[in-house]
Design a binder for this molecule. Structure first.
Ligand SMILES: *Cc1c(COP(=O)(O)O)cnc(C)c1O
Length: 377
């Protein structure tokens, strides 16, 4: 079965009881039991919820996984999967990643005796060089937020498998429509479902998928034990959103490609970062492992003053954190999403005062181009 069909049908079968074509919203905390020890397999809603199960089955299918576990946010999903580790374990992480993930590893998980090396994953040799006898996990994000750098997933997965490490990929930017890391050798995929999976800027949620039975068992245990589960309404909205993921992603990417080409030739823009551009240093790797380049672009305007001015003048691109919704957003990573990353690390990555990130929505692209043109003028 092809992607768009899976997205609409797997986990989304008509309801057995009534024939409702939409999965019902089971807004309940508990389930009546017939007698002690006799029930329908549903006991308590942290552990069992049919709406959540449907969404988990749906996302697992979209990611070519066998199991998925949903969480209250992308950050809760990352935190829970990190609990696969124990004190004394070492993790190799991409240095260019979502600021909140860095904050979680550096400010919280480090206190529990897990150590982290942050490396430039554009070069696979840096991953080899960072390996330690106690390395248990390699964690990357691709394309990265906000620099749009690419990790060669197949190459890193080979290292991880040779060294018996788990390989984790944050697939939030690409979405499973454009990139499926499990097919390339990763063990675990994680999403901030708040972004493209939700797609309408109306919920906060997270999800993890795997095709490894042993990891799935542990994740299921941790999901219940830690308890950072989403409410059923979020799962219901995500099932709704999954039905349009394919068409939304096509439009996000088509709009982003036109906007990136426009930005690249604009005299006021110093540099345009978009993996779909032939000028992107890792365009070839992106083209090999992604079937499309997504809707995220970063542009370097040269100074904080220009970033402030342009973001103020934009009318259709709303200045806001987050991304992946149908409406276009613009953000200033240094002062908004990446404040928790130390300045010298930001400078090394290129996350400058003049960098602005665009989340290209699915409005008419001519209106978006006009908005950019007049803001830059
Ligand atoms: C937003 C985001 C997260 C965190 O997810 P929340 O749902 O905000 O907790 C993690 N990774 C990436 C790439 C993100 O964009």
């Amino acid at each position: 079965m092809k992607f768009a069909t899976k997205a609409i049908h797997i986990g989304q079968e008509p309801d057995e009881l009534t024939g409702a074509v939409t999965v019902p919203l089971y807004q309940t905390s508990t389930y009546a039991q017939e007698e002690i020890g006799k029930h329908k397999g549903f006991e308590y809603a942290r552990t069992h919820n049919p709406t959540r199960f449907a969404w988990e089955e749906n996302l697992a299918a979209m990611e070519s996984g066998t199991h998925a576990y949903a969480f209250g946010s992308g950050s809760a999903a990352v935190d829970t999967l990190m609990r696969l580790l124990s004190a004394g374990d070492h993790v190799i992480m991409a240095e260019d990643m979502y600021g909140g993930t860095f904050r979680l590893t550096d400010k919280v998980l480090r206190r529990f005796g897990i150590t982290f090396s942050y490396v430039d994953m554009r070069n696979v040799a840096n991953v080899e060089a960072a390996l330690q006898p106690n390395t248990k996990m390699i964690y990357t994000e691709t394309p990265t937020n906000p620099m749009m750098t690419i990790t060669d997933l197949r190459a890193v997965a080979e290292i991880a498998r040779a060294k018996n490490c788990m390989m984790v990929v944050d697939n939030t930017f690409a979405s499973p429509y454009f990139q499926r890391p499990l097919e390339l050798g990763a063990h675990i995929v994680v999403h901030s479902a708040t972004k493209y999976l939700g797609g309408h800027s109306d919920l906060v949620s997270g999800i993890v998928a795997t095709n490894d039975e042993a990891i799935a068992e542990q994740l299921k245990f941790l999901q219940n034990a830690v308890g950072a589960v989403p409410g059923p309404f979020e799962c219901w909205l995500l099932l709704r959103s999954a039905k349009t993921l394919a068409v939304r992603m096509e439009q996000h990417a088509a709009n982003a490609m036109k906007i990136a080409a426009f930005c690249e030739q604009h005299p006021s823009i110093v540099h345009t970062h978009y993996p779909g551009l032939a000028s992107h240093p890792q365009h070839d790797i992106a083209a090999r492992q992604m079937s499309g380049f997504g809707g995220m672009i970063s542009i370097e305007l040269g100074s904080r003053e220009k970033a402030v001015e342009v973001t103020k003048r934009l009318k259709l691109f709303t200045l806001a954190e987050s991304l992946g919704g149908v409406e276009s957003l613009v953000c200033h990573p240094v002062s908004m999403t990446h404040g928790s990353i130390p300045k010298e690390q930001r400078d090394r990555l290129g996350v400058t005062e003049g960098l602005v990130r665009l989340s290209c929505g699915i409005e008419d692209v001519n209106d978006l181009l006009e908005d950019l043109e007049s803001a830059l003028r």
